[in-house]
Design a protein around this ligand. Structure first.
Ligand SMILES: [Zn+2]
Length: 303
C-alpha cells in the first residue's frame, strides 16, 4: 500500500494556549474534522477515529538535550536511533557522522533497491543547486538521503511541468521571493489535490514543509497561524483527491507549538495517520518513539 509522508518541520504537541501555541489560534476545519473536533495538542493524543489516528511520538529517543533536525530527519528515513549511537542530537544540517547513516539504510535507498518507486515531491530553485554545487550549502538529511539513493531532486522545470510542488504549496514564493513569473500559482485546495495526484505515481513519496520550524525560531505567531491555516486548506484538497494508501503527517522535533521559546522543545511530535483503518492500526501499533516511523512505512509499502 502506498504512503505519502508529509513532513512538517518543528511541530510538537503543545498546550492548548493561544498565547504561545499557534494551533490554539489557527482555524483548521479539515484537521478538526479528522480528529472529531480536536486539534494538534498534547491532550488530543492518542486518538483513534473513523478517518484518522493521532499518536504522540517521542523525538528525544532517550538521549538528553533538545532534538535537532539532522538527526531527527535521519531517524525518520532510517528508523535507526542515531542520537543513541552517536550520543547526541545534531542539526540543522548533517555532520559526517550523521551523513554516514544516510547512504544505504534509508527508505529511499531500500525502496529503490526493491524496485519500488520513491520520490521527494518538493521542487528546488536554481539557487539551491548553485549553493550545493559551490559548497556553500549542505543538503539537509532528507534531500541527502534522496540523492544518495540515486533519485533526482526536482527542479524549476519539474515545477513547470507539474511533476513537483513548491515548498510553500502554492508557488507564491517562487513568484514573489525568487522572481519566477512563470511559476504556476495554485490555490491551496488545488495544491492539495496536486499533492494527492503526484503521490499516486509512487509507492512512497515525501513532501517537506520547513516554514513551520522557521516561524518557530522567529517566534512569529501571525505567520505561524497563517502557515497552519494554509496547510489545513491543502489538507482539505489532498483528502478530497486521496483514494487508497496512507497519509502520514509527522515531525522531527517540537518548536512552533511553543512560541515562548525560539529553541526547539522537548515535546512529543504528532504522528497523524489518515486512511484505511486496518492499515492505520497496523501502522501505529506499538509506536512510541520516532525510530518506529520508518519501519511502519516500510511494512505498509512492502505489504
Ligand atoms: Zn529548527
Amino acid at each position: 500500500m502506498r504512503v505519502l509522508f508529509i513532513f512538517l518541520d518543528g511541530i510538537g504537541l503543545g498546550e492548548n494556549d493561544p498565547a504561545t501555541n499557534p494551533f490554539a489560534q489557527a482555524q483548521m476545519p479539515n484537521l478538526n474534522k479528522l480528529l472529531d473536533g480536536r486539534s494538534l495538542f498534547k491532550e488530543s493524543a492518542p486518538f483513534h477515529g473513523e478517518r484518522a489516528t493521532l499518536l504522540a511520538v517521542d523525538p528525544a529517543v532517550g538521549v538528553s538535550g533538545l532534538p535537532q533536525s539532522a538527526t531527527g530527519q535521519a531517524i525518520l528515513v532510517t528508523g535507526i536511533n542515531i542520537p543513541a549511537e552517536l550520543g547526541y542530537h545534531y542539526g540543522p544540517k548533517p555532520n559526517p557522522d550523521v551523513a554516514a547513516y544516510l547512504k544505504e539504510a534509508t527508505l529511499f535507498s531500500r525502496f529503490t533497491k526493491e524496485g519500488k518507486k520513491a520520490a521527494l515531491l518538493n521542487a528546488y530553485p536554481p539557487r539551491y543547486f548553485d549553493g550545493i554545487d559551490s559548497g556553500k550549502r549542505l543538503y539537509s538529511s532528507i534531500p541527502l538521503a534522496v540523492t544518495n539513493a540515486g533519485l533526482p531532486l526536482f527542479r524549476h522545470e519539474d515545477l513547470l511541468a507539474g511533476r513537483a510542488l513548491s515548498a510553500d504549496f502554492t508557488g507564491n514564493g517562487w513568484r514573489t521571493m525568487l522572481g519566477f513569473t512563470d511559476a504556476p500559482m495554485l490555490d491551496t485546495q488545488h495544491a492539495g489535490q496536486t499533492l494527492g495526484t503526484l503521490a499516486k505515481e509512487y509507492d512512497f513519496s515525501l513532501f517537506e514543509y520547513w516554514a513551520s520550524d522557521y516561524a518557530g525560531h522567529k517566534q512569529q505567531m501571525e505567520t505561524a497561524v497563517g502557515l497552519m491555516e494554509t496547510f489545513d486548506e491543502v489538507l482539505g484538497g489532498l483528502i478530497e483527491a486521496w483514494e487508497d494508501g496512507l497519509i502520514l503527517i509527522t515531525s522531527d522535533h517540537g518548536n512552533m507549538e511553543d512560541l515562548s521559546t525560539r529553541k526547539h522543545t522537548n515535546a512529543d511530535v504528532p504522528a497523524l495517520v489518515i486512511g484505511d483503518k486496518t492499515a492505520r492500526d497496523k501502522f501505529t501499533q506499538d509506536m512510541a518513539d520516532l525510530t518506529e516511523i520508518a519501519p511502519a512505512i516500510w511494512k505498509t509499502v512492502m505489504g
